[in-house]
Design a protein around this ligand. Structure first.
Ligand SMILES: *Cc1c(COP(=O)(O)O)cnc(C)c1O
Length: 380
């Protein structure tokens, strides 16, 4: 993070290009909102670059607001958080490039392991690293069949873990599951996963593993079903204002802005963009905003899609291009450089990420994680 990012955007410069502004105070408010729902510890999940908002600024804001741990996909992402000065425990759980034991040891990244095979490999790799060994969370399948150790292998997993722990190569500190149905906000639907989690806890105790940090719920479970909380909840979407269960209103944590780069006055019957999918019904003004599908604007958009300029919503007309969209601003001719807000947390005339998700038949997660690399990042 640069100094400029820390102190906020430089105001007053003309034609600041497309920018995604991250709002740390919203992240802090969302951590506080989750805290009001649970006594469990909070792990702030900042995978996929903090759901597109910047892993470091989101992690800093969440930890400052009281999150006790951080969660990422891969140890490499964890290392970047260490470099930024974050000192709380960091858990990495997917390892698309395999577990880099040396890195995990050097940067104190805890790793979740979801198969006997992966665990044996880790224990072997940790052999040369010395005590106290790599901190491990054992990941069990609680009903999703998307990673996590299947129950048929639990006994073996816990036995191998106990042995590796005994050798000082690993330190088993946690047990994790995941909920497949929590976004339906019906606690009854989580019962089988909770029962599996409890069975895994018993099985780990029988294998001689001591007190482990048990964690099962993500944002939707944390906000709708206390029976899923165990010792810690893992909050990702919730940090950036998304409750997948739709139960709790959280604060949007980003604003996407882009300047108008071109404005034209056009007559009735003007066809707009590739394929002429839109034809103006009256004389109007069209403005080009320099953001397109390469920047994460979904190409499949409903006709309700709009952006905010100067207190009003203006519809996007014609097809989304790679680098640009066209908006119909009616009687108003906005000068070049006028800032359009694609989405933001304000509500009212400013579209939310939830509206963008509805307009493109997806979930808000894909809107925020899809913002492309040439959109500048700024911290407000
Ligand atoms: C992404 C993820 C989370 C966070 O889920 P949200 O619904 O975004 O809060 C928690 N646990 C695991 C294993 C995940 O992959």
């Amino acid at each position: 993070m640069t100094i400029a990012q820390k102190t906020g955007p430089i105001l007053g410069t003309a034609l600041q290009g497309p920018t995604l502004h991250t709002i740390p105070s919203s992240v802090a408010a969302n951590v506080a909102a989750v805290r009001a729902w649970t006594r469990a510890r909070i792990m702030a999940v900042v995978k996929a670059d903090g759901y597109g908002h910047g892993a470091v600024p989101v992690a800093l804001a969440a930890v400052a607001a009281g999150a006790e741990q951080l969660g990422v996909t891969d140890a490499t992402e964890g290392s970047a958080l260490r470099t930024a000065g974050l000192t709380v425990p960091i858990v990495a759980w997917l390892h698309p490039s395999g577990i880099d034991a040396e890195r995990a040891a050097a940067d104190r990244i805890d790793v979740a392991v979801g198969s006997v095979d992966e665990l044996r490999q880790l224990i072997a790799d940790a052999g040369s690293l010395g005590e106290p060994g790599i901190r491990v969370h054992l990941s069990v399948d609680t009903g999703m069949a998307r990673g996590g150790c299947p129950s048929t292998d639990w006994e073996e997993l816990f036995r191998v873990a106990r042995a590796g722990h005994g050798l000082g190569r690993i330190e088993v500190v946690g047990l994790m599951g995941h909920l497949p149905l929590a976004d339906r906000a019906e606690p009854g639907l989580n019962r089988p996963a909770v029962a599996r989690m409890e069975a895994a806890v018993r099985s780990s105790h029988s294998a001689g593993l001591g007190r482990l940090t048990k964690h099962l719920a993500a944002t939707s479970g944390a906000l709708t079903d206390p029976a899923t909380h165990f010792d810690m909840v893992r909050i990702g979407a919730g940090l950036v204002g998304i409750d997948p269960s739709g139960s709790v209103a959280l604060a949007g944590a980003s604003r996407l802005t882009a300047p108008i780069v071109h404005t034209a006055s056009v007559g009735q019957g003007t066809a707009v963009g590739y394929g002429w999918s839109h034809v103006s019904a009256r004389p109007t003004h069209l403005s080009v905003v320099g953001l397109g599908y390469a920047d994460g604007i979904p190409r499949a958009l409903s006709r309700r899609a709009a952006v905010h300029v100067d207190g009003r919503r203006h519809p996007i007309v014609g097809r989304v291009s790679m680098d640009q969209i066209v908006i119909d601003t009616g009687d108003v001719a906005y000068p070049r450089g006028t800032v359009a807000t694609v989405f933001g947390p304000e509500g009212g005339a400013v579209p939310s990420i939830h509206e963008w998700a509805a307009w493109s038949d997806t979930i808000p997660h894909t809107i925020v994680t899809g913002i492309g690399p040439r959109v500048k990042r700024s911290i407000t």
